[in-house]
Design a protein around this ligand. Structure first.
Ligand SMILES: [Zn+2]
Ligand SMILES: [Zn+2]
Length: 100
């Protein structure tokens, strides 16, 4: 049975054991992952690294990036790329269930 290390807001650590899915993929983090990195990597795929609450960086509502991709994203945004991106690219939907 896998075990996880959760960090509380007080800076304490807490152990959890159970079948709670993959660990957070961030360096030296063993927390339960509740999110996947949504960074697009081409072919309609996303990075999909499992991330815990403190390593899933929300860059837009329901869009979370892993630490590595957050760095890329920040560089991209700071270079003024976001505006170009928004003008040219339709935001990638996560599911095909809501066709409009
Ligand atoms: Zn983490
Ligand atoms: Zn990522």
């Amino acid at each position: 049975m896998p075990c996880y290390i959760e960090h509380t807001k007080d800076g304490d650590t807490m152990f959890l054991c159970g079948d709670l899915g993959p660990h957070c993929a961030a360096d030296k983090c063993a927390a339960v992952s509740g999110w996947l990195c949504d960074y697009p990597v081409g072919d309609g795929k996303t990075c999909d690294l499992p991330l815990c609450g403190s390593h899933a960086y929300e860059v837009a509502p329901n869009i979370h990036y892993c630490p590595g991709h957050l760095t890329l994203w920040s560089a991209f945004r700071d270079s003024g790329g976001v505006k170009r991106e928004l003008e040219n690219v339709v935001p990638f939907p996560h599911s095909t269930t809501s066709k409009s």
